[in-house]
Design a protein around this ligand. Structure first.
Ligand SMILES: [Zn+2]
Length: 146
């Protein structure tokens, strides 16, 4: 991996899961919370939000670097609320899958209906053709076993 400034850009801290190797600090110009890989400490990089060049500090302002703000928030919730969130997320995903299955079914059931009508017409046509053939053969018994 390269140490060029672009290899470790500054990012808004809510745009990325913050890991133990990340520095979290506020932009001195716009006060937005930023995150960057700690190898960028001391470098001067443009803030992604206000575009001003800022020097990355050597230390992070956040003590718990191993948990993203979302994860911390989740950990503070009572068990039942965490369970509720899990259920709601599964519910959403299952609803999505159900819609997909429904769309697929509707699309293909109309095609299946068309093919079923066609099979019925072809069956009727086969019956007619067999009857015509049998009637003709009945008039010419000498050909029946030919
Ligand atoms: Zn800024």
């Amino acid at each position: 991996m390269s140490d060029s400034p672009t290899a470790h850009p500054l990012l808004p801290s809510d745009s990325k899961r913050i890991g133990p190797g990340d520095l979290v600090f506020d932009c001195p110009a716009c006060r937005k919370s930023l995150v960057v890989d700690k190898v960028a400490a001391g470098q001067i990089l443009p803030c992604p939000l206000c575009k001003k060049p800022i020097q990355v500090p050597q230390t992070s302002r956040v003590v718990m670097l191993d948990q993203a703000p979302e994860t911390q928030k989740l950990a503070q919730l009572p068990d039942w609320e965490r369970e509720l969130l899990t259920i709601q997320s599964s519910l959403k995903e299952t609803q999505h899958q159900r819609e997909e299955a429904g769309n697929f079914y509707r699309q293909h059931s109309s095609e299946a209906n068309r093919q079923q009508l066609r099979m019925e017409k072809l069956d009727a046509r086969l019956k007619e053709l067999r009857e015509s053939r049998d009637a003709l053969l009945a008039q010419h018994p000498e050909k029946k076993n030919a």
